[in-house]
Design a protein around this ligand. Structure first.
Ligand code: DHB
Ligand code: FE
Length: 281
């Protein structure tokens, strides 16, 4: 037996006593894949030290507000791969998408018709969405959290000068499973670039941008929760999203409109209208 094969088999055998079979499967599979990787690419000690240094720096940067490991998983497409596997288990529902790092637990409750941009500059956006089950039956009282970037591509948590949460809200669907509110058109934005993941993107000539999107987290009693994003049709970076999060079924019309608004709000210029039905499992 080759010494490399012998080493791999020894490490795999070291997990023979793992009581939980799934833990054993995942750990031995990881060892085999990593061993295969370093042998196939003839990885040197210097290269491996560099990889360890990369992960060490990612760890030092990570705290309760910054998650460099999630970002790494995202830009390597692993988060989206796990997400695709999740979707393949429930083909009748609206596809999910990654949560991302900017969700804040317990967003401020808002009423239907409110403007969650609270007057921030941007193209006004009227959002009119419905939540149904997979048979199309409307789900009343579903909890719908929304969050998005501002016109410059920043989330409120990235703007310390902002006073309180903005462009994030919690709604409940009405008796028709429906929910309507005002916001502004979301903008493309870069993922955080000041850490090792930013270096990785720069060193490989990749841009750091996410395609413009609106985040949704939908929870209804007796249904699995849906975490997803709606992407602006015609927006930038739809075909090169840096976290590989775009799915065709999640690209929605943010239709250009002028003139009277659905709720009589007086607007001088153009506005946009988003209509979408979420089907949850
Ligand atoms: C999002 C942002 C990120 O930095 C990331 O890695 C994944 C998702 C987002 O806001 O959707
Ligand atoms: Fe986002």
């Amino acid at each position: 037996m080759e010494p490399t094969t012998w080493l791999t088999e020894q490490v795999v055998a070291s997990f023979d006593g793992t009581p939980d079979p799934r833990t054993r499967e995942l750990l031995t599979g990881l060892v085999r894949t990593l061993h295969d990787y370093v042998t196939k690419h003839d990885v040197t000690e210097g290269e491996w030290a560099r990889a360890i240094d990369f992960l060490t720096r990612a760890g030092h940067l990570t705290d309760d507000k910054r998650q460099e490991f999630v970002l790494l998983s995202d830009v390597l497409g692993v988060s989206s791969m796990v997400d695709l596997l999740t979707n393949s288990r429930s083909p009748d529902t609206t596809p999910s998408a990654v949560l991302g790092p900017f969700y804040v637990e317990g967003p401020p409750p808002r009423a239907h018709g409110d403007d969650i941009a609270d007057g921030l500059p941007g193209t006004p956006l009227w959002v009119d969405v419905r939540v149904t089950d997979t048979g199309g039956k409307p789900l009343a009282g579903a909890v719908v959290d929304v969050w998005q970037s501002n016109e410059d591509g920043f989330y409120d948590v990235q703007l310390p000068e902002l006073d309180g949460p903005v462009l994030r809200a919690r709604f409940h669907t009405d008796g028709d499973g429906r929910l309507r509110f005002w916001s502004i058109l979301p903008h493309e934005y870069p993922v955080p670039g000041d850490g090792p993941v930013g270096e990785l993107l720069a060193a490989t000539g990749r841009h750091p941008f996410r395609a413009p999107h609106l985040h949704f987290l939908i929870q209804a009693d007796g249904h699995p929760r849906l975490i997803t994003q709606l992407f602006v049709r015609g927006g930038k970076y739809l075909d090169s999203d840096t976290v590989f999060g775009v799915k065709e079924e999640l690209i929605a019309e943010f239709a250009e409109r002028t003139g009277p608004t659905p709720d009589g709000r007086a607007l001088d210029g153009d506005w946009r209208a988003l209509e979408f039905t979420f089907r949850i499992g």
